[in-house]
Design a protein around this ligand. Sequence first.
Ligand SMILES: C[S@@+](CC[C@H](N)C(=O)[O-])C[C@H]1O[C@@H](n2cnc3c(N)ncnc32)[C@H](O)[C@@H]1O
Length: 200
Amino acid sequence: MPSPRSKQNPRDDHYAQKARKDHFPARSVFKLQEIQQKVNLIQRGNRILDLGCSPGSWLMLAAELTGPTGSIVGIDIQPITVSLPSHVQMFIADMLALPDDISEVVGRDFDIVLSDMAPSTTGSKSVNAARSMELCHAALSTAQNRLLPGGHFVCKIFQGEDSDAFIHQIKSLFNRYRIFKPQSCRKASREIYIIGLNKR
Ligand SMILES: C[S@@+](CC[C@H](N)C(=O)[O-])C[C@H]1O[C@@H](n2cnc3c(N)ncnc32)[C@H](O)[C@@H]1O
């Protein structure tokens, strides 16, 4: 039986309610959880870079999965609102123009680069897809420069005419890849996740 709140607001669905109940700031946590179930991505002790990390759900889940022997660095243009354990560090910065001093502190040699970055959307699907693709390229170049060989990359894409070319690049840079639309993505959304496994 839907709660009175979900009757008022269709965006307040089962996943949004469960995220609130589990004290996560966003329903997107379930997308990373499904990715984890599908490919067993995050291991204890991993070093992870999370691009577009605000409001902080993926940071919280990643911190739980790595445990305190791991370390997680998040970057977003917006601040996060949750408190995080000491093995998580967050920087406010634009991935399309990352300042040199932050770039240096963030460092290299990550086991996993995650990107759930999403542009602010407009009414035009093609503009949204083009802006998303710009963020995907920034994320991929970050993964190329900062992932260890054998490392993994997860990137959200809004499907558009350039998606196939991007997927082709992932195929050439990683030994294996998956394209995945988690059940928890909104049905109307054009988002999918591309997962590159074992960087060459
Ligand atoms: C869907 S939210 C990410 C949710 C996050 N994974 C979580 O679980 O809390 C997308 C994020 O991408 C960020 N973003 C968009 N453009 C960006 C950019 N150029 N650089 C860094 N972050 C960006 C937005 O500010 C927004 O917080």
